[in-house]
Design a protein around this ligand. Structure first.
Ligand SMILES: [Zn+2]
Length: 116
């Protein structure tokens, strides 16, 4: 894992969306230096790196994109759709627990597929 501050690259990847960070194995890209101190944000992105590894990286992005489209149809709202992608639900639920990745079971994101 390597952390790199890349505001322009992030904007390009996300089509200009204002986001703080993105995980692209094996990198965590940050939009600003200040985020390097944000342990919860870094942990969130580390959870995504683990998910990416489990799915052989490429399948993660395909699944992420497809699930986003499904959630968009379901919720008709970009932000709510994003928050309900299983990978995001797992990451947001556990990013404040800095010990989470040391205890996490394989393919745990599948526990978050079903939106309650
Ligand atoms: Zn996320």
């Amino acid at each position: 894992m390597k952390i790199s501050v890349q505001p322009k690259l992030i904007k390009w990847i996300t089509f200009g969306e204002k986001i703080a960070a993105i995980a692209i194995f094996p990198f965590i890209l940050l939009a600003h230096h200040k985020y390097q101190e944000n342990k919860v944000l870094i942990n969130h992105e580390k959870i995504h790196l683990r998910q990416q590894l489990e799915l052989g990286i490429l399948l993660f992005y395909i699944w992420y994109g497809l699930e986003y489209i499904i959630r968009l149809i379901q919720f008709k709202n970009k932000h709510i759709a994003y928050l309900n992608i299983s990978f995001e639900r797992e990451a947001f639920k556990n990013d404040e627990n800095l010990e989470y990745l040391s205890k996490r079971k394989l393919f745990s994101f599948t526990n978050y597929l079903r939106v309650k």
